[in-house]
Ligand binder design. Structure first.
Ligand SMILES: Cc1ncc(COP(=O)(O)O)c(C=O)c1O
Length: 397
């Protein structure tokens, strides 16, 4: 059994704060600052450029990728770190499209994160081969998987509501129709049990600053199924994905295996912080995280609904169809969330009316859930949201 008391003690949680926003930015692992300090002083400071060899910086993207592979059911050796998630979406989609040259449709849903849709639009424009981005409602995805579709590109867990697609069922249907799958795991990795290999997923991407607690701007990851990787031709053909980067050849030749999905210089310092978090994740079983997260989420929903009849659950009621967040619709959601934050309960807001709360067992327990529900009840029932200071929108909501 995972010891959640022990994992909680490994995070810095500011006094007076109940943090229900780990679905957006995970908290600071206590060991991260010292870890980064060591990399800066002992490696960057003392080794200077020799750190690329001596400290193993160049191999770090694959090494860290392997630690993430365990959490997403991927085969070791097929996940690599780098860039931001938007970039990884572009790379995965470009590679997937090339695998079905005779088809012209990319299928996605309206629950997908806007950046994924924007990256797809940009790629389609750059290709200029008449591709169509077809956006259907999440519940219509299954029926829309036909032999016309080249790529099915989905975010497994909806960023607003936490609604979770059935990856196994949709992957099986896609495979039957010859459709290549690209899964965005931004709200899945470290949140729910994912079995990429078992689902026969083709490509997957995700970020590490949310549930994986890698810190603001932590690098993204990309997975390519072993059966495809040697045939994948990278659209972002940067030098560190080249077969021989230090041969400085005139033309691109793809590196072997997942290394070809690297683009440029890896973010060594950012990955040091991420590795401090992965030291915690190494002590955790995803099945335990999921079970505890469901128990906490059910308690949270029951307590908030009992106290605030004015809020409507926006997340699926069935916990098995929900990721690791609970969202409520509230007409005054932005101001209400600001009022919660002023009382020390941090969640976030997604337009037009969603109050979003991440339920993260690594550092949240029953007492946090009870405190959060109490504060939300106070904000809603005492109309604390109706104060002018909570109504001015900041850039980041
Ligand atoms: C589902 C999903 N995809 C893509 C992104 C974009 O990620 P990035 O800003 O790291 O490029 C996000 C950001 O939150 C996201 O939630």
């Amino acid at each position: 059994m995972t010891d959640f008391k022990a994992t909680r003690a490994m995070f810095h949680l500011p006094d007076g704060v109940t943090y229900l926003d780990g679905n957006s930015l995970g908290p600071l692992p206590r060991a991260a600052a010292a870890r980064m300090g060591r990399v800066m002083q002992d490696e960057w400071g003392e080794m200077l450029i020799t750190g690329w060899n001596k400290a193993g910086w160049m191999a770090q993207p694959g090494r860290v990728g392997d630690r993430i592979a365990r959490l997403i059911g991927a085969e070791p050796g097929y996940v690599v770190m780098g860039d931001t998630l938007s970039i990884k979406v572009y790379q995965a989609l470009a590679a997937a499209i090339e695998m079905r040259p005779e088809r012209r449709m990319v299928l996605t849903d309206s629950g997908n994160f806007p950046s994924d849709l924007y990256m797809a639009e940009g790629l389609i424009r750059a290709l200029d081969k008449g591709y169509e981005l077809r956006v259907v409602a999440p519940e219509d995805v299954e029926a829309a998987i036909t032999e016309e579709v080249a790529v099915l590109m989905l975010t497994q867990v909806d960023y607003r509501t936490g609604r979770m697609h059935d990856m196994a069922a949709l992957s099986a249907k896609a495979q039957d129709a010859g459709v290549v799958t690209v899964w965005d795991l931004a709200h899945s990795a470290g949140a729910v049990e994912v079995d990429l290999a078992g689902c026969n997923a083709d490509f997957a991407v995700g970020c590490t600053y949310k549930f994986l607690n890698g810190g603001p701007g932590a690098p993204a990851f990309i997975y390519v199924a072993p059966r495809h990787v040697e045939r994948t031709s990278p659209a972002l053909s940067g030098w560190l994905g080249h077969a021989a980067p230090f041969a400085f050849e005139q033309s691109y030749r793809a590196g072997s295996g997942i290394e070809r999905m690297r683009v440029g210089t890896p973010p060594v310092l950012a990955m040091a912080a991420l590795e401090a978090s992965l030291d915690i994740w190494d002590q955790v079983k995803m099945a335990d995280v999921r079970a505890r997260q469901i128990a906490l989420s059910e308690a949270f929903i029951a307590q908030v609904e009992a106290a605030c009849p004015g809020l409507t659950l926006a997340s699926p009621r069935d916990p098995l169809q929900r990721g690791s967040q609970v969202s409520f619709r509230c007409e005054h959601g932005y101001a209400a969330m600001q009022a919660c934050i002023a009382q020390g309960v941090i969640g976030d807001f997604r337009a037009p009316d969603i109050m979003r709360f991440g339920i993260t067992p690594l550092y949240l327990g029953d007492e946090d859930i009870a405190r959060a529900a109490g504060v939300i009840a106070c904000v809603i029932n005492d109309r604390l949201w109706d104060r002018p200071e909570y109504k001015t929108r900041a850039n980041v909501t």
